[in-house]
Every structure is written in C-alpha cells, then in structure tokens.
Design a protein around this ligand. Structure first.
Ligand code: SF4
Length: 383
C-alpha cells in the first residue's frame, strides 16, 4: 500500500534491528506513551525481537484506559436519566466502571441509578447511549433531536481535544441548548512528569507519540528532558518509525546525550499545530484530573472555560455523584501503565480477564497494553 509499505520494509527493518543490537551495551528500558505504538510494537514482533537489548514498557498512552471509573459512572448515571442521550466512541462502551461488589458495599448506599459495570451494561438497563464517530456527529445528533439532551463523552489526549473543542465552538455558533460535554480529556506531559518523579522509576528513555506531538509540537518535552536526564524521541506508528526511534534512543543512551529528537518529521514540528492549539486554548483550560490507575495528576487534564460553562454536563446536570467508596480495583491497570508489571504478570491475564470478558480497561481498548499482549505476545507470555 502506497505510503505504508515503505515504512514496513523487512530488509530495512532488519538493518535497524542489527544496528540497535550492535549499539546496545546493556538492556535499556524504554517506555512508549501511546496505545497505537504499543500495538505496533507487539503486532510486528519488535518487542520480542529486541528483547535481549531493550525492554519496552508500555505506559499510560491509551485514552480509554486512563479515563477514571468515576467518569464512566457519571456517564451511566446521565444515560439513565429521562431525555438524555450519551454520545460516545464505541470503545468506551465496554470500559468497566465500578464492580457489582463495590456498588453493593457502598456506604452510604449509592443512588438507585448507579448500576455496576460498563456503559453497555447501563444500555441493557435502558440507558440511552449512541455511538458516534466524531464529536461533530454528536452536535448533529443534538440538532436532529431538539427535545433530547445530547452529552458527548469527551475523552482522550491532545490528539482528540481539537475536535471536541471545534464541536463546542460549533454548538455555540448554532446556539444549541441541548448539547453538552462530559469532559475527561487528559494531557500527556503531566503523567510523564509523574512517572519520572517516582523515586523507583527505572526508565531510561521515552518514545513520544507522533500524533500528540503533531498537535503540541515536540518542544513541550525540553524541560522534562533537562530535569529528568531521560531522552525523549518522537516517533510514528509503523515498524520502521518505531525501530528508528528505538535506535535513536539507544544511540543517545549509549553516548549519555539526553535530548529531544524528532524521528517523525514528516508530521511533527517543534511548535506543532498553532491552529489546533488556539482552538484548544479557546475552549479548554488545564486542570488537575483523576486518572484511572494513577489518582489525581496535577495539571493532568482539561476542563471547559467559563465561556462554555453552560455546555459543561457536570454543571448542567449537577455535580458528579458523591461516590462514597474507595475504588478497590481487581484490575492492575495502574501497575501495567506505570510499567511496574507486564500485562501477562497480572494474575487475571488470560484467565478471568480476556478481550471477551475484560476486567479492566487495558483489556477492552484496541489501544490497551493488555489487549495488545493478549493478541500478539508470544504464547509463552499468554499462559
Ligand atoms: S489483565 Fe485485565 S485485570 Fe489484569 S491489568 Fe490487564 S485489564 Fe486489568
């Protein structure tokens, strides 16, 4: 396929692999912070091929995986209200909220509208949930259903933020009174700062996601590199992109030369996409946000600015439920996303937790590390 085959050339890949293996004098720990990269690294066998010289760790780069269970609970609560339709991307449907035991053990008891499970479970109880392919589809849904309240579940990193910001601007222009956003957007740099700030952090370098950098520019990582001493290499998603990024990381690590390097220059510049950044800044401001598996991260998310307060679902429908329980996840997504364990080291992997019956978000999403391991890791790691 034109424009793709040249980034999957097996001979070039072999040369890059040989080069990495020759350069590496020890086994370096390199984290990707992008679910798309995680899947490519597993799908094309890069992780296992380089196992002797590079340990690839799959960080918190899956937007579905990091969305807090409280957000799922609130979306379910809204979906079960009369006249409210939750509009969302399909892979949010099966992400677990709280479990049945957590809901039943809540003290004081939760409201009757809280049901265990996912948005799909809420749908079986009559919740109104519509799958859309873009935030603008949700705006269209609102124009076509003036008697319904349409709430778009706005999740994801900087890659999806410009589109939801444009939807907010369009809804404002159309003066829609029945469109709102349940905002759960997250920002990638703060979670990387959390990871390197952990005194037990053993990472040596990051692969940064090309699509995030296409929006934000790669200059955003300069301070992180100078503070942490860890190189950040911007890469794409095809095998040669990833191998070139890993080779660059190993080269920098072997020469003790931490810096930001852009190995995805066909899409990324130092400053990023100014138009997208302006749209984002018009609609959103940076706030603290709770991440699944990480807790609250300072500056880790976005919220609507005051100008768009009427479009804020939490303001329109009331503050998020007082959920008076400590979330006791059986899922070890936090350990997986922080690189403390590999997916197959979770005791539920492939047993109680499979893509058909996921216990946690990383097994649900197409970008989740557990799902990638289940699909592509060698059999030895799946048993
Ligand atoms: S295997 Fe399942 S339970 Fe374990 S961390 Fe992954 S998603 Fe969670």
């Amino acid at each position: 396929m034109k424009y793709l085959d040249e980034f999957r050339d097996p001979q070039l890949a072999r040369r890059l692999i040989d080069d990495i293996q020759e350069r590496a004098t020890r086994r370096w720990k390199i984290m990707d912070v992008c679910g798309g990269q995680t899947h490519s690294l597993l799908k094309y066998g890069i992780e296992s091929t380089l196992e002797n010289c590079v340990e690839l760790i799959h960080g918190p780069g899956c937007p579905v995986c990091v969305t807090a269970p409280e957000t799922i609970e609130y979306a379910k609560h809204l979906a079960l209200l009369p006249n409210v339709i939750i509009a969302t991307f399909g892979d949010m449907l099966r992400v677990p909220g709280f479990s049945a035991s957590e809901v039943s053990q809540a003290n004081p008891p939760l409201t009757s509208s809280v049901c265990p499970g996912s948005l799909a479970d809420a749908r079986t109880r009559g919740g109104q949930i519509q799958i859309v392919y873009s935030p603008l589809d949700a705006v269209e849904l609102a124009t076509q259903n003036p008697k319904k309240q349409i709430v778009f579940l706005a999740v994801g990193f900087e890659t999806t933020v410009p589109a939801t910001a444009l939807a907010a601007l369009q809804a404002e222009q159309l003066r829609l009174r029945n469109f709102s956003l349940l905002v759960a957007h997250v920002c990638v740099l703060p979670v990387m700062q959390v990871l390197v700030g952990d005194p037990n952090c053993e990472l040596n370098a990051f692969l940064a996601a090309g699509h995030v950098c296409a929006v934000s520019g790669h200059d955003i990582y300069r301070a992180l590199v100078s503070e942490s001493g860890l190189p950040v290499i911007v890469t794409g998603f095809e095998p040669l992109d990833l191998l070139a990024g890993i080779r660059c990381a190993v080269e920098l690590l072997e020469s003790n030369n931490p810096q930001v390097v852009n190995c995805y220059s066909r899409s990324v510049s130092s400053q990023g996409n100014r138009f997208a950044q302006d749209v984002m800044a018009t609609v959103y401001k940076q706030v603290d946000r709770k991440w699944r598996g990480f807790g609250t991260i300072r500056g880790g998310g976005l919220a609507l600015r005051e100008r768009f307060a009427e479009m804020d679902a939490e303001k329109r429908f009331g503050t998020i439920l007082q959920i008076p329980i400590v979330h006791q996840e059986t899922c070890r997504s936090g350990d997986v996303m922080a690189g403390r364990i590999k997916p197959h080291e979770c005791e539920h992997f492939g047993r109680g937790c499979t893509p058909d019956q996921p216990l946690g978000a990383p097994m649900v999403s197409n970008e989740g590390a557990c799902s990638a391991y289940y699909r592509y890791a060698p059999q030895t790691k799946r048993n």
